[in-house]
Design a protein. Sequence first.
Length: 217
Amino acid sequence: MTDAATNQSHFWQVSRDNQTYTELCNALYERELLRLSQLSHEQLLRLPERLASLPFYIRRAASNIVQQQAELQLDSQNASWYHKQAASCPARKQQADPIALFYQKYAKPGLIVPVYINQLSHEQIVLDSVDEVDPDNQRLHCNAHGWFSYSGTPLSAQNSDKFVLKPTKAIMVAACCGHQWLNGSKTSPRRLCLRELLLASRLNWHNFAKPLTALLP
């Protein structure tokens, strides 16, 4: 076989990672374009800016997900992870003292944290990141969900239905897979937003206190 024929053969060969990356990008574009189409009138002012940045963040998310050695099964066609769902929300098993001890030791900007949300008997765990720490007052600020004490309790009326948890495998599995519970029973998983997927792709499953460095697309 000639060199030209060999190169042509390699050119058309698609690796498993390349196929997964392409499927992830396609699924994320579909999801994010649908989300952007549902913006309120006030939010439309920022639409050009969001559209301009979308390719960068989608490529980064897809690249990170492909390269991450996660302990979850990946559904690349839907840009989702899946794992057996617990019968009840694992957040119920957490207590304030272990949560406080964890954040007294590890709270710092950039830490990826799970936030428990309970609204009208609808329970879910979402991912957020710490962007400010106030050790003197034993509190931390999450980028999307506001101020919490080190013990996890909310510190404003705006986030009174939320609670910061200590990251454990069971908690992070539920968050990454979008597990939800309604009236104490399992319900259909939600799809993570692009921001949460970016955070999930940086989780260090061997040590949640030390997130992985963000990879460039």
